[in-house]
Write a protein that binds this ligand. Structure first.
Ligand code: ZN
Ligand code: ZN
Length: 164
């Protein structure tokens, strides 16, 4: 799956995508009470590596993530920062129906990776359902939204302004 995601990101950013292995202490962010991992703390752990690896770091994990105010999150990003995290855990179709669907998993993963990257680029959530920056609180919303930046979001990426 990692290779597939990297290959697809290469389509957007040719020659600029690398897989690295960050020595993050996963156990340190585990909540025994929730049986989940605290995503904001993992982002903070990764922060020191941003000087070592210029560009954007996307942490890809397969375990369930949370922030205290929410039951779970698909991912999290530092707004206008250079680090984000995406969990595949709740993107697996077997999480919901018990049946495996690798192509659907890849499609969902790419949407969430682009979405979190969008936050790194300074984008907020977008009202346009066609846009990958539409917010998703459940898997249905991930599936409904588009898999690319809408024209106005793309414009903000290309020409960042003071207000965005
Ligand atoms: Zn978001
Ligand atoms: Zn948009």
């Amino acid at each position: 799956m990692l290779g597939e995601i990297q290959a697809r990101l290469e389509n957007f950013y040719p020659g600029k995508v690398k897989t690295i292995n960050l020595p993050l202490d996963i156990d340190a962010v585990f909540s025994a009470e929730r049986s989940q991992y605290y995503s904001t703390k993992l982002l903070a752990q990764a922060l020191p590596f941003s000087t070592q690896y210029p560009g954007y770091i996307i942490i890809l994990v397969d375990f369930d993530l949370y922030i205290p105010v929410l039951t779970y999150v698909f991912g999290e990003a530092m707004l206008r920062g250079n680090i984000s995290i995406v969990s595949l855990c709740r993107l697996h179709e077997e999480f919901y129906t018990g049946s495996t669907d690798d192509s659907l998993l890849l499609k969902r993963a790419m949407k969430e990776v682009l979405h979190e990257l969008g936050h790194n680029f300074g984008l907020y959530h977008c009202q346009n359902w066609e846009c990958v920056m539409h917010s998703s609180s459940g898997i249905e919303e991930v599936d409904i939204k588009g898999d690319y930046f809408c024209a106005s979001c793309q414009k903000l990426i290309n020409e960042p302004t003071e207000n965005n």
